[in-house]
Design a protein around this ligand. Structure first.
Ligand code: DGJ
Length: 713
């Protein structure tokens, strides 16, 4: 706090969030933006509108945690019904403390209480200095005699003042994830939310970008990037008020979720994580990427395994001989691992299609008579690691599990069920079901300690919304179920801290920064058409580092060359999901060389800084590059998607290089027996030239691509 004991300053290296404690002890957001030089200037922060009027009963302003029933006329962050039926709260400052966790991380906790009812709120802010990331969440508790019902419980509320606001959302559906679209915000509300419960991000992802004053741009302008660490129902409310200010409320979607909180129980909201950049989204995304690798992703600093998956290659139709063949193909390609997908389990109800068997995690004796240990052994003999697919949160209505435990599925006791992908969601609010789901992983790993990778799928939203376990507390289902899921994730990570795991939900239907604490990566989409993937990967890259984004080479879009497909997968964490015997010999050779080069360049692609150079949303091309920390190596990916006849070719200016260094430019991933037709291939340029003048990489070819290695001399 500063000299007048009036302000709480929450900072990163470049950002300040300044909270003012009014004489009334109510707290207000006084400032949020680029770091202020002088604390002495805080007293000049404009407070008449934002800060509430001193000492008066009416204290409208930018209250940090405004509750329903007070004098603010807009959407509240918090709402409650007390034991006496009263529905108001006003929170006042009690104290705050800041502790330094390490040289880069600080945590500030602000304690608030309602002076009429025994309800306490803790606002927590964790700042990551270098990465300019702020994480904030809220903890709510009370000491009323009986349980209270809370019906709003935002993680955070932030205010912005500008002439114009533009929201970029990431919406879509199966096979069309993270489509970016931008709209201006005017008076009133725009809400981004999901009610799907599980696979919750199928229609909209839990993140957004805000352009302040102009639509978010890549390399200039003020932007806010925010995301919620919650894989269940989330809600972002953007409300422009009467004064033209924007309020952003982030948290769990309170839909059908009035939560009964027992005395002394604490309700902890998910983390809202955000950054602000004055240099556009490129910088803001790099803030997220670096922070995720340093602090949030499971094994964020570790290596990632290249793999060959059998899903697209076989679907449910395989046996031991076929899988052995594919393992051989993995070895031939040079990837690290073979990943066995759906279809390996179920006996009474064999998993030969998506209609049955989920829940029966015993190996299917007909397809795989020698069990999983035999396959792990075979993989070892072939010289690759072995990974396996599970979908342990789900249950088929045709399964032995449901016959044994009819009360473990979320389904209505008194209505005809309806099914999404012929399955139901297990009731993870029930601790016994959590044990079962943990056991699916634990049993597999105990039997096969050499399993090197898990792909954890989740294909259905919650349907038939009724928890047999919660009985009369159905309004806690969405929250308690998701907490149960996270509890299992935590247990798996505790017991298997070094096991790489892929988060998947029928593609990219679950990718949030809470789940990614327990997963090393996520499956961006079942859509592996390289053209579509360019857009999908561009979308997810706004928030997630390449290291976390799985991209496989498949047979989708056979009009695209194998080179184009490989080049697109290579900008993320690369894998294959294809039979190599379907490829021509030179295509196989090409893939082998690409895998070798990828492994060599992984430190740059997966751990370097990403610069999105040319947007597929704005042009008929796309380019993205990665540069390592000491700027000695960069990799540039350039794609011609659907250029027009006679189009004026734009050139690319690189970013993130050292202007003083000399760099050799070499095209890699060239088909065998072909030569690079890149004019600059083999030539050396200064970093200054490459960043200010250009590199000539685009063409008018359809689905044409280039991968270029840039090496300091
Ligand atoms: C959906 C996933 O996204 C696919 O990759 C595959 O694992 C199937 N499920 C299997 O059922």
């Amino acid at each position: 706090m500063n000299a007048q004991n009036e302000f709480i300053r929450i900072s990163t290296n470049d950002l300040d969030l300044v909270i003012r404690i009014a004489q009334s002890k109510r707290i207000y957001q006084a400032y949020l933006g680029p770091k202020l030089m002088n604390e002495s200037d805080f007293k000049s922060l404009f407070v008449s509108l934002k800060g509430g009027s001193e000492g008066s009963v009416s204290a409208r302003g930018w209250e940090v945690y405004p509750a329903s029933g007070a004098e603010d006329f807009f959407e509240p962050a918090f709402a409650i019904q007390h034991n006496d039926g009263n529905m108001t709260s006003i929170f006042r400052y009690v104290s705050h403390e800041s502790k330094t966790i390490d040289a880069n991380i600080k945590e500030t906790v602000i304690y608030l209480k309602d002076d009429v009812y025994p309800v306490d709120v803790k606002l927590v802010y964790k700042t990551f200095g270098k990465e300019n990331i702020i994480k904030t969440w809220t903890e709510i508790t009370h000491e009323e005699k009986k349980p209270v019902t809370i019906s709003r419980y935002a993680s955070s509320m932030l205010y912005f003042e500008n002439t114009d606001y533009f929201l970029t959302e990431f919406s879509g559906d199966w096979a069309m994830e993270a489509r970016m679209s931008t709209q201006p915000l005017h008076f009133g509300k725009k809400i981004l939310e999901t009610k799907l419960g599980s696979r919750a991000a199928m229609h909209v992802s839990p993140f957004f970008e805000l352009g302040l004053g102009q639509p978010a741009q890549e390399n200039q302008g003020n932007v806010v990037l925010g995301t919620l660490g919650w894989s269940g129902n989330f809600q972002f409310t953007f409300e422009v008020d009467n004064a033209g200010n924007l309020r952003v409320i982030s948290g769990i979607n309170p839909y059908a979720s009035n939560y009964e909180l027992n005395p002394k129980e604490t309700f902890v909201t998910p983390e809202f994580i955000f950054t602000i950049s004055t240099e556009g989204t490129g910088k803001a995304s790099r803030n997220f990427h670096t922070w995720a690798r340093n602090y949030q992703l499971k094994d964020g600093k570790g290596d990632r395994l290249t793999l060959l998956n059998n899903w697209e290659a076989t679907y449910f139709d395989f046996d031991e001989a076929k899988l052995e063949d594919i393992m051989g193909e993995a070895k031939m390609l040079g990837v690290d691992m073979f990943l066995l997908d759906d279809g390996w389990f179920g006996n009474k109800y064999p998993r030969n299609s998506a209609t049955q068997g989920l829940g029966d995690w015993q190996v299917n004796k007909e397809k795989l008579p020698h069990g999983i240990p035999f396959l792990v052994e075979k993989a070892k003999e072939k010289g690759v690691k072995f990974g396996i697919w599970i979908e342990p949160e789900m249950i088929s209505p045709k399964s032995e599990l449901i016959e044994k435990h009819p009360d473990w599925a979320i389904r209505l006791p008194n209505r005809e069920p309806y099914y999404y992908r012929s399955q139901l969601v297990l009731d993870l609010s029930n601790p016994k079901v959590q044990d079962f789901v943990f056991g699916v992983v634990d049993n597999l790993m105990t039997e096969n300690p050499d399993i090197a990778f898990l792909k954890w799928d989740c294909n259905s939203p919650i349907t038939n919304i009724y928890s047999p376990y919660l009985k009369t507390k159905q309004n806690q289902l969405y929250i308690d179920h998701n907490r149960g899921v996270v509890n299992v994730f935590q247990r798996v990570k505790e017991k298997y801290p070094n096991l790489p795991m892929m988060l998947c939900a029928g593609g990219g239907g679950r990718c949030d920064y809470e789940s990614l604490k327990y997963f090393t990566e996520f499956w961006c989409s079942d859509n592996t058409d390289p053209v579509e993937r360019i857009y999908i990967q561009w979308g997810f890259s706004q928030f997630f580092p390449a290291k976390a984004m799985d991209a496989h080479v498949t047979s989708w879009n056979s009009r695209a060359s194998i080179k184009f497909r490989v080049d697109v997968a290579m900008m993320c964490k690369m894998g294959f999901d294809i039979r190599t015997h379907e490829m021509k010999e030179n295509e196989q050779k090409f893939c082998q060389q690409a895998v070798q080069d990828y492994k060599r360049l992984k430190p740059v692609i997966l751990d370097g800084d990403q610069y999105r150079l040319v947007s597929p949303y704005e042009t008929n091309h796309m380019a993205v590059m990665y540069a390592n920390e000491n700027k000695s190596k960069a990799v540039l990916f350039a794609y011609d998607i659907h250029p027009r006849m006679g189009e004026k070719m734009m050139t690319i200016k690189l970013q993130g290089l050292d202007p003083a260094k000399q760099y050799k430019v070499e095209e890699i991933n060239v088909m065998p027996e072909r030569k690079s037709n890149l004019r600059s291939h083999g030539q050396t340029f200064s970093g200054d030239f490459l960043m200010k003048v250009s590199l000539d990489v685009f063409t008018t070819g359809q689905m044409n691509s280039k991968v270029i290695e840039v090496t300091a001399q």
